[in-house]
Design a protein around this ligand. Structure first.
Ligand SMILES: Cc1cc2nc3c(=O)[nH]c(=O)nc-3n(C[C@H](O)[C@H](O)[C@H](O)COP(=O)(O)O)c2cc1C
Length: 206
């Protein structure tokens, strides 16, 4: 086949990863939600890519814990309702320029309910069918780019407990029912869902 590609310079490289709603505790004990998508798993760890300017990163570094909540595709509009907000007050200047505003209660704004965790103080998001309770293991700081107002943080969190809504668990097992779990994806700043099951890897257990 003849090569048919062209060289392009996209403004973002978000090739498509699941949306994660990271909940952290502010220093007054209230809960904040940070929508994110730069996340991937490595054994029992999840690696998170966060801007140092997010309130979520500041809280995670101080408190050492967070919950990771995975919204179903049907929750995309709730996620978008809080997308333009930050728990940081005042809003960092570079974000204010982009139209971000401060929001102290993203649970209320997004239509989400607080659900207490079992092992850590940080709560979960009740509407998310899949939730991880985690503790911070380590934080790597990447070099600040010239002229940048924040640095990129690569945080490793250890998953302490997994909660899955009964509707997405294969009865009597520890397996997620992939026919029922419909995660929300973030693809080049668009929300996607309803992924088609094409088959399974040789290591799948069900
Ligand atoms: C779907 C989605 C994915 C995002 N992914 C990331 C991400 O992976 N890392 C990051 O630092 N910010 C990401 N953002 C931007 C943050 O959500 C944004 O900076 C927000 O203001 C952070 O909130 P906080 O300051 O209250 O923590 C994402 C936003 C959306 C809507």
């Amino acid at each position: 086949m003849l090569p048919n590609h062209q060289s392009i310079a996209p403004s973002v490289l978000y090739f498509g990863t699941p949306v994660v709603l990271m909940v952290t505790r502010n220093d007054d004990g209230t809960a904040n939600i940070t929508p994110m998508s730069s996340a991937w798993t490595l054994g029992s760890c999840v690696v998170l890519g966060l801007s140092s300017a997010t309130q979520g990163a500041i809280n995670l570094l101080r408190d050492g814990e967070c919950t990771l909540n995975f919204p179903a595709a049907s929750l995309w509009a709730n996620v978008e309702r809080i997308a333009r907000t930050t728990g940081a007050n005042p809003v960092p200047p570079h974000k204010a320029e982009l139209g971000f505003i401060h929001e102290a209660d993203k649970f209320a704004l997004g239509g989400f309910a607080i659900q207490p965790s079992e092992l850590i103080r940080t709560p979960r998001i009740a509407e998310c069918p899949l939730q991880f309770e985690t503790r911070l293991l380590t934080c790597h700081r990447s070099a600040k780019q010239q002229g940048a107002s924040s640095t990129r943080l690569i945080m490793e969190v250890d998953v302490q407990r997994v909660h899955a809504h009964r509707s997405i668990v294969l009865p009597g097992t520890n397996h997620i029912d992939t026919a029922r779990w419909n995660p929300l994806f973030y693809v080049f700043r668009h929300y996607f869902g309803d992924a088609v099951d094409l088959g399974k890897t040789f290591r799948a257990e069900h």
